[in-house]
Design a protein around this ligand. Structure first.
Ligand SMILES: Cc1cc2nc3c(=O)[nH]c(=O)nc-3n(C[C@H](O)[C@H](O)[C@H](O)COP(=O)(O)OP(=O)(O)OC[C@H]3O[C@@H](n4cnc5c(N)ncnc54)[C@H](O)[C@@H]3O)c2cc1C
Length: 148
């Protein structure tokens, strides 16, 4: 979606209200869509730096983005409506045209093992070790560069 490869309808359910889900919903709101954020925790954008969080939340508020915290998706129905369980209670959020999944990432690093027997020095850095931020990726890349 962020690469512009997916075409989305007007009402978009963003499942996952971490840093990436919230920023994605904000992006959608600024590009003529009507996003709704569904987050299972009680807090949104937990990993977002506080200074950015303030601006982000202000923007979500100004764009009237509906936010459902403490909510897990129970069912996405054939007609596009989504049923959630919020604080133990079932709710139907109505029909959505598209769903964006932002429920987290995990490293994909099978290449390290594949190259292990072929190349002498294989070093993994950044999200290939553990999904984090640009800072860690830069630092580890720099350190790796010093080793080779
Ligand atoms: C939507 C979004 C918003 C983010 N916002 C922030 C932010 O505001 N601040 C921040 O610090 N971090 C942010 N992050 C996290 C940050 O992007 C990553 O932590 C960082 O890019 C990790 O760098 P990397 O080089 O390890 O991996 P990547 O940037 O993912 O680069 C890996 C590259 O390897 C390529 N690749 C994979 N497999 C192969 C292969 N077999 N052969 C050749 N190439 C391959 C991939 O195509 C990719 O280009 C965000 C992440 C996302 C998804």
């Amino acid at each position: 979606m962020l690469e512009g490869k997916a075409s989305l309808g007007e009402r978009v359910a963003v499942i996952g209200g971490g840093m990436i889900g919230c920023e994605t919903a904000n992006h959608l709101a600024h590009h003529g869509r009507k996003p709704t954020i569904i987050e299972m925790l009680c807090e949104l954008a937990g990993q977002e730096p506080i200074a950015i969080k303030r601006i982000l939340f202000q923007s979500l508020k100004e764009n009237e983005v509906p936010i459902y915290c403490n909510s897990t998706v129970a069912e996405i129905k054939e007609d596009g409506s989504i049923e959630i369980v919020q604080d133990g209670e079932k709710k139907t959020l109505g029909r959505f045209d598209s769903v964006v999944l932002a429920g987290g990432m995990r490293p994909l690093n099978s290449l390290e093992a594949e190259l292990g027997g072929i190349v002498d020095n294989v070093l993994s850095v950044g999200d290939a070790i553990e999904v984090r931020t640009v800072l860690e990726a830069l630092e580890e890349g720099y350190e790796a560069g010093l080793k080779v």
